[in-house]
Ligand binder design. Sequence first.
Ligand code: C6P
Length: 411
Amino acid sequence: MTDKNFLRDFPILNRTMNGKPIVYLDNSATTQKPESVVRSICGYYGGCNANPHRGAYQLSIRATDIYETARARVAKFINAPSPAEIIFTKNATESLNLVAYSYGLTNVKSGDDIVITVSEHHSNLVPWQRVAQSVGANLKYIYLNADGTLNDSDIDQKISDRTKIVAVTHVSNVLGLKNDVRAIADKAHAVGAVIVVDGAQSTPHIPVDVRALDADFFAFSGHKMLSPMGIGVLYGRERLLDAMPPFLSGGDMIEYVEEQSTTYAELPQKFEAGTQNVGGAAGLTAAIDYIETVGFDRIESIERQLLDYALPRLRELPFIELYGCDQSVLDRKTGIIAFNVRDVHPHDVSTILDLEGVAIRAGHHCAQPLTKYLKQTATCRASFYFYNTTDDIDRLVDALKKVRKVLRLDP
Ligand code: C6P
């Protein structure tokens, strides 16, 4: 059914955890890295490491080339009109902070509204809280239907002439539900607002086209899509980025520096202060190569098979409560399943699963307002990628069957 051949490319998935073959189901936190990505990073550091953009010697020129090749590759990957609109950051969090502090603080005024959803990750929530607090704006929330989808009439009600920014996740990291970003973008643009899309959980799993989404800003992290940690992306519309002040300042983002004033470099350098993460960029290029070789059709189809295999098996367990898994939402669901085991704290569930070699995440998943909205303090979360198999699901289900027994809640 699913493909075990991928395991050859991911040596870490062939190791053991607590003496059992590892089942890695925490892909929404970070994915594993194929050997080609690891090789590309080693190749860069072992063969052509130098500070990019600064040296007139061969190694530096090569480092610049690797870095700028990655930028062009990312632009093509998300169908951005120009590589100048691709800003490399540390991760999605930094990308979203860049928009909040540079665009938000400049364009949002006292009494304006910033509209977000209750299912945002803290990275697309706390920066907006801080902007709203700084300028005296209102932070408004779009709430959910009982099945976890965004409530359309709430979207219509919250996005108004007062709205300056709409910030929304493409896919929720807890419920795994895809939002209709294009429809929200149309509504935001109709009132003259910009839309900021958090693509951390969509970019690894579904094809992203920032033009089709009509996104003004789009943020994601490399490490959730096979790349190393420490490289992230912000796409921004050129005319918006051009008009924005720098976020961080220092080396390589300037044109001229006088004692009392500075003029700034053109895009994208204006937003990339300090020495760049060339090794990360090399890894990101190799990761995009890998993803494109597998193909999004196949990635989506494998994750759909895993979901279709897992959900009925989890539903058979009488002590499992699922979130965001109603029949009505399955057409917009990605490979993320949030659940709880009756009367057991998710941290205990995760610890017992770990003893069985199964890695899941437990907690609030950096989405506390959503967790509270679901009337929970924490949940367990299993999240798939294309290298997972139905055997992994069997191992998850077998391990879950043990949880209440280990705690003597069931005979
Ligand atoms: N979510 C998770 O386990 P960073 O940490 O910057 O790479 O990504 C932040 C982020 C932003 N938006 C969404 C929707 C996310 O899921 C994440 C990261 C991880 O769910 C770690 S908390």
